[in-house]
Design a protein around this ligand. Structure first.
Ligand SMILES: [Zn+2]
Length: 280
């Protein structure tokens, strides 16, 4: 079975089995689900769109709620009622503590041929809207001259700033957009895809340190302190100061953005209600 054809929940279970069934706590399980979803995203699969949207929005509380709703065996017993069918998207309890609904998912259809695209959900779409608001409120000034200066800072050969891999595939926000990071010199760093998938919206110092503690033999883990120092030096050199998107607004615009968010929330609820109608 390829990962793309697996539910997110199933993928998390596989990871736990592969790790020798450790007694992960809720936070760790949610983290594993985040990693699994990042992996699925890299493969172009999105079996749990609600989870994806919350992950992209950096909403850790919602991810924990989702994880809790999965009733993983190692989190206090699998109390699935007999006959309960789990959606192929792994969505059983939903996000708001709603009772089990939608026993079979319509979002993914398993076939033997090419992958049938998953269904775009309102929560996924509105997750992107929030991301667009955050990015739109931040600066974006990272073109040829800035790229050249960043490349000059990190030197040759070009390697991932987090692990040292030479398979650098993208510029990553050192401070994630969800935490106020902007697309500017001092915050954009060259990275490899695996590091990008693993880090996503975590603070980089915390993520690097935790990863090193977990697997001291992993590439790049030995020189974590030096890497963190170098990244701080980079941010300082180009004077990247982290601010929240909201702090960049005056009181009036702050009110307006909050109002837009409220409207988006309401619109999302309306769209969801509309799609739930019997004839949808
Ligand atoms: Zn890397």
């Amino acid at each position: 079975m390829t990962m793309a054809s697996q539910s997110l929940r199933g993928f998390v279970v596989s990871r736990c089995v592969a790790a020798g069934r450790p007694a992960w706590d809720l936070a760790r399980t949610a983290q594993e689900a985040e990693h699994a979803d990042a992996e699925l995203e890299r493969q172009g699969a999105n079996p749990a769109p609600t989870f994806r949207a919350r992950r992209l929005a950096g909403d850790r509380a919602a991810l924990k709620t989702w994880t809790n709703g999965c009733r993983f065996e190692w989190l206090g017993g699998d109390d699935r009622r007999p006959g309960t069918v789990r959606g192929t998207d792994g969505r059983i309890g939903a996000f708001n503590g709603e009772p089990l609904r939608r026993a079979t998912s319509k979002s993914t259809i398993k076939t033997h041929g090419p992958k049938v695209p998953g269904r775009m959900t309102p929560s996924f779409a509105f997750g992107y809207l929030e991301r667009a608001i955050q990015e739109g409120l931040g600066r974006r000034a990272f073109r040829m001259p800035e790229v050249d200066r960043a490349l000059a800072f990190f030197g040759e050969p070009l390697t991932c700033v987090f692990c040292g891999s030479e398979k650098v595939t993208l510029w990553e926000h050192l401070v994630p957009v969800a935490r106020g990071g902007e697309t500017v010199l001092g915050n954009m760093v060259p990275a490899c895809q695996p590091c990008n998938d693993s880090k996503h919206s975590k603070p980089y110092e915390e993520w690097l340190t935790q990863r090193a503690a977990k697997s001291p033999d992993a590439a790049g883990a030995q020189d974590v302190a030096a890497r963190i120092a170098r990244l701080r030096e980079y941010a300082e050199k180009f004077q990247h100061v982290v601010t929240t998107p909201e702090s960049r607004l005056d009181a009036e615009r702050l009110l307006r953005v909050e109002e837009l968010r409220l409207r988006a929330k309401q619109l999302r609820a309306d769209v969801e209600a509309f799609l739930r109608e019997p004839d949808a």
